[in-house]
Design a protein around this ligand. Sequence first.
Ligand code: SF4
Length: 332
Amino acid sequence: MTGTLTAPGTTGTDPGWADEVRALARERDAVLLAHNYQLPEIQDVADHVGDSLALSRIAAESEASTIVFCGVHFMAETAKILSPDKTVLIPDARAGCSLADSITADQLREWKAGHPGAVVVSYVNTTAAVKAETDVCCTSSNAVEVVDSIPRDREVLFLPDQFLGAHVRRTLEREDMHVWAGECHVHAGINGKQLTDQAAAHPGADLFVHPECGCATSALYLAGTGAVPAEQVKILSTGGMIEAARATGASEVLVATEVGMLHQLRRAAPEIEFRAVNERASCPYMKMITAEALLRSVREGTDEVHVDPDLAARGRAAVQRMIEIGQPGGGE
Ligand code: SF4
């Protein structure tokens, strides 16, 4: 095998690529984890595919001494926080996240200073430094439950996703909840107009909506007006989408999240026609984990993820508090 291989399923297929990646991973005593938004060939070669938190928990329970995390950087950091004694690799450390980058630890400290006594709830799409400043983490599956566990006489600072925050605030009718105005540029690009047009073009289709999408509000509005029957609109985490795909009786499903998700949905329920609400909703950071980058990672041990032990301990406490409150299910 040479360094000139091409990515299977994209520009060509090297049939030996997957075998070589798996063999090198075994030599390195590594488990291969891939997020649902990864390229199909990366998902197919991985030992486990899932959402960020589920993968971090698999990493912690794995007996492998090395974790190769095919996802974006905050996810690999979360795996390191939960598995401080393991070596955690990400095939390309430049794979960031516009949502995680929408708030820094300094900005959070400043926000907290303006709201003494408030409880800080952070979605898992945050850096280790922000998790260290957090009281309790949440995922899109349990965000409502986590905020609901906070006494009504305490203010809540919710970050970084404004759409997930709006969903929680609306559900709990909680006015003392302040929401950071962060967003993911990929999810924000899926808008209500596209959803309305697609729903009209495909009557009878279920709508699977991820709450970080800018269209979550539109989806609920559509359901409220009766334009789309309420039982057809499902607000789900990425892990929840897989379960709902197996359970739905619909023959067609419109999916409002990053397009990489379609690969796992089609594998879970091949008899269903899955359509992206916006086919251009593709995360460029996720797609930085290429076949070449993964091969280099298992061959050379790049790029290793380090988290300061003090930050990791404080971040771990915030994640553990979430697990004590309720089932985390999946995040993005
Ligand atoms: S899809 Fe958005 S939230 Fe997810 S990793 Fe990409 S930029 Fe971050």
